[in-house]
Design a protein around this ligand. Structure first.
Ligand code: SAH
Ligand code: SF4
Length: 392
C-alpha cells in the first residue's frame, strides 16, 4: 500500500482523513500545525499526539517533499532550488528577499502547455501537472530550510509572500492549486493574508471565475499586448480567450473585492510590443470606453532573453518612456527589478524540467554543466553549484 502524503491535504482534507482513521477532528489541526508551522516530517516528533496515533500514522502516511537536486544562491540574496518531481522532470522555486518581505516564486506544472513565445518554460512544452503536495512542498521546504539557515527566532516567518509565477500556468492545474492556496492562507498553516498570495495567469477565463468564487487571492494577469492580433501571436491562449473576455473576467474578479486591483504583467520586447502607441492602446483598453475603468497596476518586466526565442530586451529608455505614458494616464506602473540574474532565476528563465538522470553521479562529483533536454528537442544548459540530494 502506498503511503498517503499529508502535504496533499488542506485542513478540511486532513480532517476528513483523520475522521476516516477514527480520530477526532481537532487531531487534524494539531497534525496540520506540526507539519506546516513547525516543519515536522517525522511523526515521532509530534509529542502532543498519542503514541498509538503516531505509530499508526507512520504505517499509513508520510510527509514527503520532492527531493532537492540543487540550490544556487545569487550575489543579491536570491536563492533558487531545483526539485526532482520524478520521471526525469524537475521544477524550480525561487526565494527573493527584500527589506520588508521574503517572496517565494512557486511552480505549478512541469513545463507549460500555453507556449508563450517569450517564455523558456513555454518553449519546453508540457510534461505534467504538479500535485498539491509538490506545490505545497516547495513552500514547506523553503520556509523551514530558510528559518534554520537564517537562524530565525521561533514564530518568525522567512516567507511573507507567495507568487505563483514559477513554471507552469496555475489556472490549468486548478484542482491541485486550490488546496495548496488554502494551506498557504490557513492560520494553522502558513497564515498568509489573501493579498500576499498572488496567482499569475496568462488568462484562463473560466478558472479566473472559479478562483474568485473559491479563494480570491491577489490576481496578476500576463497581458503582454494591447490588441488581439499581437497577443494571439505572443500568448496563444488569447485565441481562446481574447482580450475583451479577459478584461471582463478581470472586472468580475474585482466585484467581490472592490478595494483590490489587478496587476497586469507586461514583458517588454524590443520593437514588438514596446512602442509609445502600444502604451496608448493599453490606456484605452483598461480605462474602458463608456464603461468603468478597471482598477489595475502595471508591472513592466524587462524581457530575459534566451536564444530560441529570437526576441530581444527593450532598451531601458524605451521602457521608461512606455511607463511614463501609462503613469501620465494615472495608472500606477512599476518596472520590475531583475533579481537572481547570475543564477538564471529571473522571470521566464526557469528551465528546470527533463533531467538526464544518468549523469547524477557526475553532477554530485562537482560543478558541471548539465545538458537539459527540452521536450521540443531544444537544448539548454543549467549550471549547478551545490547539490543536496534527497533532503527532507
Ligand atoms: N503562467 C503564468 C505564471 C508563470 S510565468 C503566467 O504566464 O502568468 C510568470 C511571469 O513571467 C509571467 O508574467 C510571464 O509573462 C513572465 N515571463 C515569462 N517569460 C519571461 C521572460 N523570458 N522574460 C521576462 N518575463 C517572462
Ligand atoms: Fe506558460 Fe506563463 Fe510561460 Fe506563458 S508565460 S508559457 S503561460 S509559464
Amino acid at each position: 500500500m502506498t503511503a498517503v502524503n499529508l502535504l496533499d491535504f488542506d485542513l478540511a482534507g486532513l480532517t476528513a482523513y483523520c475522521e476516516q482513521l477514527g480520530e477526532k477532528r481537532f487531531r487534524a489541526t494539531q497534525l496540520f500545525r506540526w507539519i506546516h508551522q513547525r516543519g515536522a516530517s517525522d511523526f515521532s516528533q509530534m509529542s502532543d499526539l498519542a503514541k498509538s496515533l503516531r505509530e499508526r500514522l507512520a504505517g499509513v502516511a508520510e510527509i514527503r517533499v520532492p527531493a532537492v537536486l540543487s540550490e544556487q544562491a545569487s550575489a543579491d540574496g536570491t536563492v533558487k532550488w531545483l526539485f526532482d518531481v520524478g520521471s526525469g522532470d524537475a521544477v524550480e522555486t525561487v526565494f527573493i528577499p527584500e527589506d520588508d518581505r521574503g517572496t517565494l516564486c512557486v511552480s505549478s506544472q512541469a513545463g507549460c502547455a500555453v507556449g508563450c513565445r517569450f517564455c523558456s518554460t513555454g518553449h519546453q512544452g508540457f510534461s505534467r501537472n504538479l500535485t498539491t503536495a509538490e506545490i505545497v512542498g516547495q513552500l514547506w521546504f523553503a520556509e523551514h530550510h530558510l528559518r534554520a539557515r537564517l537562524h530565525l527566532p521561533e514564530g518568525t516567518r522567512a516567507i511573507t509572500n507567495v507568487v505563483m509565477m514559477g513554471m507552469g500556468e496555475p489556472l490549468q492545474n486548478y484542482a491541485a492549486l486550490l488546496p495548496a492556496l488554502r494551506v498557504m492562507l490557513d492560520d494553522h498553516g502558513y497564515g498568509l493574508s489573501r493579498r500576499r498570495v498572488t496567482v499569475s495567469t496568462s488568462g484562463v477565463v473560466p478558472m479566473m471565475d472559479r478562483l474568485r468564487a473559491d479563494c480570491p487571492v491577489a490576481l496578476a494577469v500576463s497581458l503582454h499586448a494591447p490588441e488581439d492580433t499581437l497577443r494571439d501571436d505572443l500568448v496563444p491562449l488569447n485565441r481562446k480567450y481574447p482580450l475583451a473576455e479577459l478584461l471582463a473576467a478581470c472586472s468580475r474578479y474585482l466585484e467581490s473585492a472592490p478595494r483590490d486591483f489587478v496587476t497586469f504583467e507586461y514583458c517588454m520586447l524590443d520593437g514588438v510590443n514596446d512602442l509609445p502607441e502600444h502604451a496608448a492602446q493599453l490606456v484605452d483598453l483598461v480605462q474602458g470606453v463608456g464603461s468603468e475603468p478597471l482598477s489595475c497596476k502595471f508591472n513592466l518586466i524587462p524581457f530575459n532573453p534566451f536564444p530560441a526565442s529570437g526576441l530581444l530586451r527593450s532598451p531601458r529608455e524605451r521602457v521608461t518612456q512606455f511607463a511614463r505614458v501609462l503613469q501620465d494616464a494615472g495608472i500606477v506602473t512599476t518596472i520590475r527589478k531583475t533579481r537572481g540574474d547570475d543564477i538564471d532565476a529571473a522571470c521566464g528563465q526557469l528551465a528546470g524540467e527533463v533531467q538526464d538522470r544518468t549523469r547524477l553521479q557526475q553532477r554530485l562529483a562537482g560543478r558541471v554543466h548539465i545538458p537539459i533536454k527540452a521536450e521540443g528537442s531544444q537544448m539548454s544548459t543549467l549550471s549547478l553549484t551545490t547539490v543536496h540530494e534527497g533532503q527532507a
